[in-house]
Design a protein around this ligand. Sequence first.
Ligand code: SAM
Length: 260
Amino acid sequence: MRNPAPRKSLGQHFLHQRTVIDRIINAFNPKLHETVVEIGPGTGALTFRLAPRVSLLHVVELDQRLVSLLQEQAARHPQLMVHHADALQFDFCALTTGPDERIRIIGNLPYNVSTPLIFWLLAHSHCMEDLCVMLQKEVAQRVRASPGTKEYGRLSVMVQQQCAAHRIMTVAPGAFFPPPKVDSEVLMLRPYRSTPYPVSNHHMFSKIVRTAFQQRRKTLKNALRELMSEAQVRAAGIDPGLRPEQLSVADYARLTTAAD
Ligand code: SAM
């Protein structure tokens, strides 16, 4: 079967530059005993380089045309398990074979759903060892941003409360077919076994962070007026006159304890 025409609506930009594929696989460094899950395998640029290096490779693909293409190849790759599914609803933890097993995630993520996908993965990160993900560069910069920068926001705080995030490489549009309009970045996210920023109530933490950054130009006391008093903000050791982007992840964790 020939490769089907790329669909923009599914964020299909297929990797074709061998040096880039090699660098991603080498940085990920799969081991034979590991269970690896690839999100959005597409035409298999990463898949067929990964398969010989692991004992079990699950791939989750939404496009039926690509699922058929991958299934045709599966006979030559007995370690490959193709799932025709939406990664945004996929139960990743169901792929573990025991309570202590942690899977490894890899994916050149579809850019049109990368942010909701990161949130979905975070919600299931307790069964994940790490996640090697390619994102639009601007999204990757928001994920790993530091306080006080314009990129720092809800995505940064929510990811960094649960994971250590490291940049692996930047990838230029020419590495893909068709080339996207923007640069991409590969990030490695490692969920903490025990976060340095524990929160008493994760739902409240999420609500505080979302509310604060919805009004990032306001001072904290005004932005969070509905959720907590100025006295509670002070009780967390935080100046209520600061703006949301000036607070660290640890500050948001302390605010949650004060509000709870
Ligand atoms: N991994 C391939 C590569 O690097 O060449 C393809 C990457 S392409 C950027 C994203 C892939 O994700 C496409 O194959 C697309 O069909 C798939 N995809 C898009 N939305 C998806 C979803 N919700 N669940 C699973 N796969 C999805």
